[in-house]
Write a protein that binds this ligand. Structure first.
Ligand code: SAM
Length: 294
């Protein structure tokens, strides 16, 4: 069973003082585990990873990511201590199952793999909302993510997952090795489901902030992420800055976003996407990376 996870008290001064060198805590490890995101996610950051990695702060005490999605940057960094969250319930249950119950999850995926066809897919889509066992919810979620059209997670107004089945010959439903590696990476990481505003802000913590982009795709949870949410997010970033934390924000390149973050360092980078934030478009797009540190 999955154990309940709470936000543990952040690593405070007492903890820092017993570490020989806090600066080493979040440096990339010598033997990095070969783990990559186990979900295909709209707005996934794989294509801009080099740009993001080059702009990470040199030292920080904990890695925090309040808009987790597939967690591309998290798996690339593999921080020693991390706190990950997202508003999407099924996504977070899945991360928790990968972390805490990976054997049962893999067995479950093997069953889906054997039974996969159109009729089974449609029934699985319904079961995702009635299933109570977390490892089985996670199995359904990964199965649907690997077999649905474009790996596009989208819910309708009543919160139902309504994406049709994709036309794949051999969808990679069970990637056992990557799931086990991801599970290992997640061992010192807290994972929780909530709105971004509930992620506590602490001095010297690093926040990678990757919201649904302004004026693009925001069908991740039925609620949407509009102008007001972006304004609230800019306030949240201001609070991180005031409290001595570090933030790096990804967002669309437009005048609204540039104005919201005008006090900070704004850089434009070019991203290529296979599943774009803008519906189904493909190709290169400019986007912004905004930081409160150099
Ligand atoms: C652009 S995606 C993140 C992609 C991720 N960085 C990756 O590499 O896959 C944005 C995420 O924000 C989440 N989200 C939307 N509204 C939210 C809110 N109010 N609070 C927290 N998470 C939210 C969505 O569920 C989605 O997973």
């Amino acid at each position: 069973m999955i154990r309940p996870r709470k936000y543990h008290e952040p690593l405070g001064d007492t903890f820092s003082s017993v570490l020989h060198d806090i600066a080493d805590v979040n440096k990339p490890k010598a033997h990095t585990i070969q783990a990559r995101p186990f979900l295909k996610w709209v707005g996934g950051k794989r294509s801009v990873l080099p740009e993001l990695l080059a702009r990470m702060p040199a030292n920080y005490e904990r890695y925090c990511e309040p808009f987790l999605g597939g967690g591309a940057l998290y798996f690339a960094v593999q921080p020693k201590y991390a706190y990950l969250s997202d508003i999407n319930f099924h996504l977070i249950i899945t991360f928790q199952a990968v972390s805490d119950d990976v054997d049962r999850l893999i067995n479950n995926l093997k069953i889906h793999d054997r039974k996969h066809d159109k009729e089974y897919y449609l029934k699985a889509r319904e079961r995702l909302f009635t299933e109570k066992d977390p490892a089985k919810i996670a199995g359904l979620f990964i199965y649907l993510n690997k077999t649905c059209f474009n790996g596009l997670y989208r819910v309708n107004k009543s919160g139902k997952f309504n994406v049709p089945m994709g036309d794949y010959k051999n969808p990679p439903i069970v990637d056992e090795e990557n799931l086990r590696n991801a599970s290992q990476v997640l061992q010192n990481t807290e994972v929780a489901q909530h709105d971004f505003t509930q992620l506590p802000i602490q001095k010297k913590h690093f926040y990678y902030i990757d919201p649904p982009y302004h004026k693009t795709y925001d069908g991740y949870n039925g609620g949407g992420f509009g102008t007001q949410e972006h304004e609230k997010l800019a306030e949240y970033c201001k609070e991180i800055d005031n409290k001595g934390g570090y933030f790096m924000v990804s967002n669309s390149d437009n005048s609204f976003v540039r104005k919201l973050y005008k006090s900070y360092d704004i850089e434009r980078v070019s991203a290529s996407r296979s599943v774009s934030c803008k519906g189904h478009q493909r190709g290169k797009e400019n986007e912004l990376i905004i930081r409160n540190y150099k």
